[in-house]
Design a protein around this ligand. Sequence first.
Ligand SMILES: Nc1nc2c(c(=O)[nH]1)N[C@H]1C(S)=C(S)[C@@H](COP(=O)(O)O)O[C@H]1N2
Ligand SMILES: [Mo]
Length: 330
Amino acid sequence: MLIRIRRDGFDEPSGSDITPRAAYLQRRAWLKALAGGAAGTALAGWAARDALAQSRPGKLAPLAAGKSTVAGAMTMEKTTDYADVTSYNNFYEFGTGKGDPARRAHAMKTQPWSVDVEGLVHKPGRIGLEDLLKLGAMEERIYRLRCVEGWSMVIPWIGYSLSALIQRVQPQGSARYVEFVTRMDEQAMPGLRTPGFDWPYTEALRLDEAMHPLTLLAFGMYGEVLPHQNGAPLRLVVPWKYGFKSIKSIVKLRFVEQQPRTLWQKIGADEYGFYSNVNPDVDHPRWSQATERRIGEDGLFSRKRKTLMFNGYEAQVGQLYAGMDLRKNY
Ligand SMILES: Nc1nc2c(c(=O)[nH]1)N[C@H]1C(S)=C(S)[C@@H](COP(=O)(O)O)O[C@H]1N2
Ligand SMILES: [Mo]
């Protein structure tokens, strides 16, 4: 039963950093909840995962893209299997189990879709998805995505630099940060009833981080539009930061002067700081960040990979943090 063992190893590797995070947050949530009735956290079974996993793209609408010329945008590493990328997800609005998004996210309505731009910009307002799709030239970029939980994937994303959208709305001189907000769909997202979370999911970047050419507004992956569980119809991908910064299913951008508090900071500021740059030298309070497991390579005989500073994008983004104490600004 080697396959059985491998699969068990995939979902809950011994000494895993994955399950403890969800379980720990869940425990915290339960402590905060006043009364009973808290939703359980049944992890999706492997049967359900297999039924939903697609071995290859081909079921969603194709999304054409040119090759990217942005420095650092084309990792040469082997891309992760589409089946893994679409069935092993964090999208807590649909539940804390890795299989929950693949099982449930199809219920989220993505049409019509628009993004509201608010705050310190000269051109605030609502932009429909059709217009967003035309705002920049679609590029394919092969980025690593590393989760704070200690796993990573290599994904061929499709989108354009977020800077194209930011330039369109013209930030005012006082704007220093951009806050992003995820859609709340009460019908489709049972995770919104998970106690202890301060929904909606929000994240934020400093304006210069948001303007960096590697910061991608993604609409697709593997030649197609994004599957719902990966953040359809549009999400952020910030390749040098832990995965949770790459907010999914965005409905709002707010330009502000003060540093916003993100969802994960509200839940545990001691564990999830504002910057969240991938940094092997700064351990998470409950585990090391020095290594990672590449999804698809793991299993009984797999070796952990060394995690790289800024997830391997140091040459491109290191100067954004020159002079900063990255232990303090984690
Ligand atoms: N709205 C929203 N965005 C989110 C999350 C989430 O729970 N909700 N999870 C984050 C985390 S922890 C990770 S690792 C990545 C995972 O993206 P993927 O499922 O496409 O691999 O999405 C991030 N974006
Ligand atoms: Mo994550």
